[in-house]
Design a protein around this ligand. Structure first.
Ligand code: ARG
Length: 586
């Protein structure tokens, strides 16, 4: 059954074999497999149409030739019936037994993982996410990189890749001058103990304000910075203290979000690795001097013809581009990365495009193998007015506060639904629902678009939301709680063949999980998986209201319980890949 784990991939390779056997020009043929219109079948191969168009022949004839070839393949005809629909779509309708076998073969999380881990086995991926600038609070907007990045890590790991979670914090540069100036004069010790990030942020803002008003202060800030850059022991000690406090503060929030990084190789880590970047880029003729700065032109791209990638500023200092180039080299050499994924907002699109272009040329000229690079970017979280959301006071909302409010709101909601639950249980459920809901709200829209933040929507028990999916998983578990041991065991042996439309539709939907996983990971777009899980829960609902599960007839009950248990399995795996915990009951 293992060759059928990914039905779409299996059909694709069979289609390629059939195309060859049918005498088609395989260089012009692309199978194009997708789930079918259920009226005609379960999956369809659509490639005959564009092929015929390209070769100016009759698409139905091409489809017919392919079907004849398919019919010689026993591994196909034994599990599915074939037909041609419309102008040349080839439909596969799987026999109910196929679904029983599939569901028996992939019955546990490790069954799924074992097969899925072949997709990316051997890949070593560094995922750079989270990555805020230190000595500041994290605000609502910061949640996106953490949540999307973590989902991508989990998906890649499930599919067999070795993942390094790297938080590339912004822990170096000009802000430290102003922060240190204010720290030395205006520190509130008790505030620093109570809320380190809050106090550091206050000091930084104060430092900027004062420097803006007074030239002499600005000079002192610059002096602080010069000392830091010269590794003056006093300045370094303060820098280390600030960093330690910052990371501890960040970790508090990450813990709430169930995210743990393997390393925090921030900008400061690369400050002594920039010389090699200047040298290699200059020696290989890639970088040139322009108005005192060192720059790389990518004139073949209209967009960058007049806007070079500045890798050393005219005052001789390194910048974001320099450290990022050093990052690429380090990840290649130290982590032996086959892929680098960086998760940031879409305002950094140009930067990463130029980074990728520069790295490509640099690595080619120096004979290095270049890892695949993905800039996973995302849009803004806005209020109903389309502007970034703000707290009542007009300040950005602190991420910490947002999470606390989500849990509080979830608590009230769950209590209203289940007034009899103990307080401890309510708190546990509220934590899972609250955190799950804000994560899901961030993952379910296509990441490249902005989305409107709405408490009502994200905490709703209807629609494409976490509460809806969590409720579906809890409901299925309650079905099993009502059964005694022997009723739950040996289902496969007792089960009869699927018969009703709803049973078949649900079985098919569960099988589609693998395709959804593939698409999600190929596009690095978690909303694809959300969409699938939402559809799965909907298909389950339709099945559950039309087909009674607990019935007299043993064979019917067993086969329906199998569907329940596999729906639960797919929902649980899917949610955990999105970084969302599930509940036994709610
Ligand atoms: N610190 C940056 C910011 O807050 C994000 C860093 C992303 N990673 C990188 N390698 N540039 O925008």
């Amino acid at each position: 059954m293992h060759e059928w784990f990914d039905v779409e991939k299996k059909l694709e390779s069979s289609a390629n074999v059939a195309a060859c056997a049918a005498g088609l020009d395989t260089t012009m043929f692309n199978a194009d497999v997708r789930p079918a219109d259920p009226r005609f079948g379960d999956f369809q191969v659509n490639g005959a149409l564009p092929y015929a168009k390209r070769l100016k022949t009759n698409p139905r004839e091409v489809a017919q030739k392919m079907v004849t070839a398919f019919e010689k393949d026993n591994s196909l005809t034994s599990v599915a019936d074939l037909s041609i629909a419309g102008p040349g779509f080839i439909n596969f309708k799987f026999k109910p037994q196929f679904y029983s076998n599939w569901l028996a073969a992939f019955a546990t999380e490790s069954d799924f993982k074992e097969s899925a881990s072949r997709f990316y086995s051997g890949d070593r991926v560094v995922v750079d996410y989270g990555s805020p600038n230190t000595a500041k609070q994290m605000h609502v907007g910061h949640i996106r990189s953490v949540v999307i990045g973590e989902a991508i890590c989990r998906l890649l790991e499930f599919c067999g890749a070795k993942v390094t979670r790297d938080n590339h914090i912004g822990d170096w540069g000009t802000p430290y001058g102003k922060l240190f100036f204010a720290y030395r004069r205006h520190l509130d010790e008790s505030a620093l103990t109570e809320d380190p990030l809050g106090e550091l942020e206050r000091l930084y803002k104060l430092g900027s304000e004062l420097a803006g008003e007074d030239e002499a202060v600005l000079d002192e800030c610059r002096e602080e910075l010069v000392k830091l850059q010269a590794k003056d022991p006093g300045a370094m000690a303060l820098w280390e203290k600030v960093n330690e406090l910052s990371i501890a503060g960040l970790n508090e929030v990450y813990e709430q979000l169930d995210v743990t990084f393997d390393c925090y190789l921030g900008e400061s880590f690369y400050r002594d690795k920039v010389q090699q970047v200047y040298d290699e880029l200059s020696d290989s003729g890639l970088a040139e001097e322009s108005k005192g700065a060192l720059v790389v032109f990518h004139t073949e791209h209209k967009r960058y013809a007049k806007q070079p990638f500045i890798i050393r500023k005219s005052d001789g200092a390194s910048n974001y581009a320099t450290t990022d180039l050093a990052t690429m080299l380090y990840r290649h050499e130290h982590f032996n990365a086959t892929r680098i994924v960086i998760v940031t907002d879409d305002r950094q699109k140009d930067h990463f495009e130029q980074l990728d272009l520069t790295t490509a040329k640099w690595f080619e000229r120096t004979g290095r193998e270049r890892p695949i690079f993905n800039h996973v970017m995302f849009g803004k979280i806005t209020g109903k007015d389309g502007k970034p959301i703000k707290s009542r006071s007009g300040d950005p909302i602190r991420l910490k506060d947002l999470i606390a409010e989500a849990i509080e709101r979830a608590y009230a909601l769950v209590k209203e639904k289940n007034p009899d639950l103990s307080d401890a249980e309510l708190k546990h459920i509220a934590q899972t629902v609250g955190v799950g809901a804000i994560k899901y709200a961030d993952l379910s829209p296509n990441r490249t678009s902005d989305y409107v933040f709405s408490w009502d929507k994200l905490l709703s028990f209807e629609g494409n939301t976490a509460p809806y999916l969590l409720y579906a998983t809890a409901r299925i578990q309650s079905i099993f709680r009502k059964l005694d041991g022997p009723q739950k065991d040996g289902l496969e042996k007792r089960a009869s063949t699927f018969e009703t439309d709803e049973e078949i539709a649900l079985a098919r939907k569960i099988v589609e999980f693998v395709g959804a996983l593939q698409t999600t990971i190929e596009t690095l777009r978690p909303h694809m998986l959300c969409l699938y899980l939402h559809e799965l829960a909907g298909t389950f609902s339709a099945f559950y209201s039309a087909n009674k599960v607990i019935v007299e007839e043993e064979g019917v009950q067993a086969r329906r319980l199998i569907l329940c248990s596999r729906t639960l399995l797919a929902l649980k795996i899917g949610l955990s890949l999105l970084g969302i915990k599930t509940l036994e009951r709610m």
